[in-house]
Design a protein. Structure first.
Length: 340
């Protein structure tokens, strides 16, 4: 080796070691994207937190309770709630108005007649305020008497039962109606009058006069001694005024009822405190012996009668059947004229 080569070896320092490249950080795992309207369930949330080490998009957490379009959906929900609340408030207001109207008026003689549709009406039994039965039905409502004061029984006209329908006086309620059997078979029925509501003790001095085929009976609550009031029969109970049973109501028969209601001024219980009181009565007409067959069986029988034209009932059940072979039954051609 020459001197020059030796000097070059001594003068050339050794190359420094190469610098180590720092390790690159681990790539952040992408969060799975969810559909905008999807809901994140609890199980899915736990699984995603395990996979991502707890790194979960807050929006998806919120979506556990509501979709991401929560603002628009929340507004729509609130709008629906507002409409529902307004509807409920409107209904409550209507009920309140009806309630106040019902109890603020001073009425005497509210009276309704109800005939059992299932056991009576469908068989051809009907009621009407018209003796010719121009509009037979199963329900009648009498006109009310407002601001009535007490009167004496002597002030009730003697011919009060000769008028039809509502024929109220100034201080009494009067209603006349008819019951007919234009049905398929003879029946037995019961007619009862109930005291449905009262206020201010008006029932203590009330009188209920009933003309049944021209025969008059007056009913009242018992006197303070328990004895019947003068020229009256006692109510059968606190809520039941009276009841009648017609055993043989044959096809072609018609019965007539007149009901008169008033406050008896000669009754010791007719005092100032009952002024403005009200009473409400209902007359129920029902079959004496109910048919124990099921409603389905009756319905099937009615369909069979309709298909075979065997005295079918009206499909809607609103028209009174008339099965009487001699034509329309009314008060003037009834079969039971000789029975009175």
């Amino acid at each position: 080796m020459t001197d020059t080569e030796q000097m070059q070896d001594v003068a050339t320092p050794p190359a420094p070691p190469a610098a180590e490249t720092p390790p690159s950080p681990p790539k952040k795992q992408k969060r799975p994207r969810r559909k905008k309207d999807a809901l994140l369930r609890i199980e899915e949330l736990e699984k995603q937190m395990q996979e991502t080490g707890g790194d979960v998009d807050p929006d998806t957490v919120v979506s556990m309770y509501m979709p991401r379009r929560r603002r628009r959906l929340l507004a729509a929900t609130l709008l629906r709630m507002d409409k529902l609340r307004l509807l409920l408030l409107g209904l409550l207001l209507a009920v309140a108005v009806l309630f106040v109207a019902a109890f603020s008026q001073e009425k005497m003689g509210n009276f309704t007649i109800n005939l059992n549709r299932l056991e009576m009406f469908r068989k051809g039994i009907a009621i009407d305020a018209d003796p010719y039965f121009s509009a037979p039905t199963a329900r009648l409502v009498a006109a009310t008497v407002d601001n009535a004061t007490n009167i004496s029984a002597d002030e009730i006209p003697e011919d009060v039962d000769r008028l039809d329908g509502s024929h109220n006086g100034e201080n009494y309620m009067a209603y006349t109606y008819y019951v007919r059997n234009a049905g398929k078979e003879d029946v037995a029925y019961t007619a009862s009058i109930t005291l449905d509501s009262c206020s201010k003790g008006a029932e203590e001095a009330i009188r209920v006069g009933v003309w049944r085929n021209g025969q008059r009976t007056v009913y009242a609550l018992p006197s303070s001694t328990g004895e019947p009031e003068k020229d009256c029969e006692n109510f059968q109970s606190e809520s039941l005024v009276c009841s009648f049973t017609q055993e043989d109501f044959l096809v072609g028969y018609v019965d007539k009822y007149t009901v008169v209601i008033w406050l008896e001024g000669d009754d010791p219980e007719c005092v100032d405190k009952i002024v403005g009181g009200s009473v409400e009565f209902t007359m129920h007409i029902d079959a004496k012996d109910h048919n124990d067959t099921s409603l389905l069986k009756k319905f099937v029988d009615d369909i069979g009668d309709t298909l075979t034209s065997n005295k079918p009932i009206h499909a809607a059940g609103n028209d009174a059947p008339n099965y009487y072979h001699s034509g329309e039954v009314n008060w003037f051609n009834r079969r039971n004229q000789d029975n009175e």
